[in-house]
Design a protein around this ligand. Structure first.
Ligand SMILES: [Zn+2]
Length: 611
């Protein structure tokens, strides 16, 4: 990756951005002391351990160890490169990035996403203008009016109209000098079957632009105005549009979701719009895909860990299908979800128009949790005959065994037992057989060693040293005034952990940091993720260091190291005398770590000459 945004520009952007603002877009943060705390967007957790420090402009998750500054956050969260992260922030704060200094190749790489966004934007304007055009858009305007869509909603969601011809959009693109190959990348035009040219993807349809959180147009949905098929047509996935991570209406719903701690998930564009029109702004729609864990992760970031998701469906079948599919997704994300199935013949749009918003909210408040909904639906479907009960239990077998929380599971089993009159133990037995069959036997240890210490002495002593060494680095990060002393006393030479030692040297070399204490800036100079995470974790602590405390820690550390050297020499001598080869080897290895920095080779010890 070539960084070609001028350094002073990056610095300007970094100084303008506030990490709490940026993270708050996706994580519900609560202020606790000096820091802000929320649920980590990078791993699933029940108790918030994701910490953001506004003072230091860094984040760190005590659960999974992820950490960094505002750029690393965006890179990791949005899966974008450094220049893209810089640009996202620049756009948000209205800072211009000069591009004229880039080479053609750089411009090409840097610009693809940007160019797709700009083509999408041009297309959105084109569709919108068509809708507003008295002649071309009349039919579409009539249709929207008939469905009760107001002018405000049209503006808010930038609705549009794609004319019925095969090349209106194509002609507009041509006029603007936008190449067909670029427009093809955005999915708005489609290559002709005979390989000769392109045609417009959306024709004679109402157009719904799909925005990302930053109000960039990432794709489009198009709906017919009569009974022709397909009823809905969506943009294909593109470099900027990923259906399993995108939700329609998210740009609009963010605020209301945070305020209410709840979100309605509907299936269609019009469902969403009619909820908004009835004052329920906390609504999003999936875009023709099943709800993914990425979706739930995004939503959880908005509504928090005690937030509530209500999935709205227009038929039992659709509800059951979605419920069965999404149990694991919700279970893994620890999100509370309910299923609301509207009366037969109604979708959210028609229901709201007929019964009003209060009735809708009342129904939502009474919506059942996913498993309870499935139990209820099965009992309703199969009845309470013996065969019906057997069928119900067998239907619930899979969903119940997908629940890993044993307390929740036993409560649901109890509910199922009560509804069917079948013994709890018998149900449990049935589910157990499923669980055994489906359980994964994979290795559950997620951690990988972040450090490479020389083996040879026991784990507890390694841990002890590492803890003190970490404390020293934390001190350097949190109280940079101590750095010269660390350097002068060659404290780092006594470190056992190579990683911590490297980090220590990096801090010493980074002279700016000694003056400004800007951890986020220090991170900007790192290419190594492990180092960045460790720095974040050690810098974000709220320890209070005073000069005395700092000096005491250094003295203590150096003393212990020296003492250990002395006792080690005695132990080696004793082991030699006793001819205890095993112990001797172990001690020599430890000795090697301790003295290698002084240039004494282990052979000299083995000969006993220096003892
Ligand atoms: Zn985490």
């Amino acid at each position: 990756m070539t960084v070609f945004i001028p350094e002073d520009k990056v610095a300007e952007i970094k100084h303008t951005a506030d990490i709490v603002d940026i993270v708050s877009e996706v994580v519900l943060l609560k202020k606790t002391g000096k820091n802000h705390l929320g649920l980590c967007p990078f791993h699933t957790e029940k108790t918030p351990s994701f910490t953001v420090s506004p003072d230091k402009q860094i984040f760190h998750c005590f659960g999974c160890g992820e950490g960094g500054n505002v750029f690393s956050f965006l890179m990791k969260h949005n899966g974008v490169s450094f220049p893209e992260a810089v640009q996202m922030i620049a756009r948000r704060y209205g800072i211009d990035i000069p591009t004229q200094s880039m080479s053609i190749e750089q411009k090409k790489r840097f610009g693809e996403r940007e160019r797709i966004f700009s083509v999408n934007k041009a297309a959105m304007t084109f569709f919108y203008n068509n809708l507003m055009n008295v002649t071309a858009g009349q039919k579409a305007v009539n249709y929207l009016q008939k469905r009760g869509i107001t002018k405000e909603i049209i503006e808010q969601f930038r609705l549009g109209y794609a004319p019925g011809t095969w090349d209106s959009l194509l002609k507009m693109l041509q006029k603007k000098g936008i190449s067909h190959s670029l427009a093809h990348k955005t999915g708005i035009i489609v290559p002709r079957g005979n390989g000769n040219g392109y045609y417009d993807r959306f024709r004679d349809r109402i157009i719904f632009p799909i925005f990302d959180r930053g109000m960039q147009v990432i794709g489009f949905g198009g709906r017919v105005m009569d009974d022709s098929l397909p009823k809905y047509l969506n943009s294909p996935e593109t470099p900027v549009y990923n259906k399993s991570k995108s939700l329609y209406g998210l740009h609009h719903a963010k605020k209301e979701c945070r305020k209410t701690g709840a979100v309605f998930i509907v299936e269609g564009y019009f469902d969403l719009i009619s909820l908004v029109q009835h004052g329920l702004g906390n609504a999003v729609a999936t875009l023709g895909t099943a709800l993914t864990s990425e979706h739930v992760q995004i939503i959880r970031g908005l509504i928090g860990k005690s937030g509530k998701v209500i999935l709205v469906y227009d038929s039992d079948e659709a509800g059951i299908k979605a419920a069965r599919r999404s149990i694991e997704v919700f279970e893994k994300s620890f999100v509370d979800a309910g299923i609301l199935v509207l009366p037969t013949g109604h979708d959210p749009d028609s229901y709201l128009f007929e019964f009003g918003v209060e009735s809708f909210q009342k129904a939502a408040a009474g919506s059942l949790g996913i498993i309870s909904f499935l139990i209820e639906s099965a009992v309703k479907k199969y009845g309470l005959s013996i065969e019906g009960k057997i069928q119900t239990i067998s239907d619930l077998q899979g969903p119940l065994s997908a629940i890993t929380n044993s307390v929740a599971r036993s409560l649901y089993i109890k509910e199922l037992a009560e509804k069917t009159g079948i013994d709890e133990a018998a149900i449990l037995e049935k589910i157990r057989t499923t669980s055994v069959k489906t359980a994964h036997s994979g290795n559950k240890w997620p951690g990988h060693a972040i450090d490479t210490m020389v083996a040879g002495h026991d784990k507890t002593s390694q841990d002890k040293w590492k803890r003190i060494e970490e404390q020293i680095i934390a001190m350097m990060l949190q109280s940079p005034g101590i750095i010269p002393e660390i350097r002068n006393k060659k404290v780092l030479d006594n470190f056992e952990s190579n990683t911590l030692k490297q980090i220590g040297h990096l801090i010493i070399e980074h002279k700016d940091f000694h003056v400004n204490g800007d951890v986020s800036n220090l991170m900007a100079c790192l290419n190594d993720n492990t180092q960045r995470r460790i720095i974040a974790s050690l810098a974000i602590g709220e320890d209070i260091w005073n000069d005395n405390g700092c000096r005491k820690l250094i003295a203590q550390f150096l003393n212990s190291r020296n003492n250990r050297k002395k006792t080690l020499l005695k132990e080696i001598k004793a082991a030699e005398d006793r001819n205890d080869h095993e112990l001797l080897l172990k001690l020599l290895k430890e000795k090697q770590i301790l003295v290698s920095r002084k240039g004494i080779s282990i052979l000299e010890f083995a000969g006993g000459k220096t003892l």
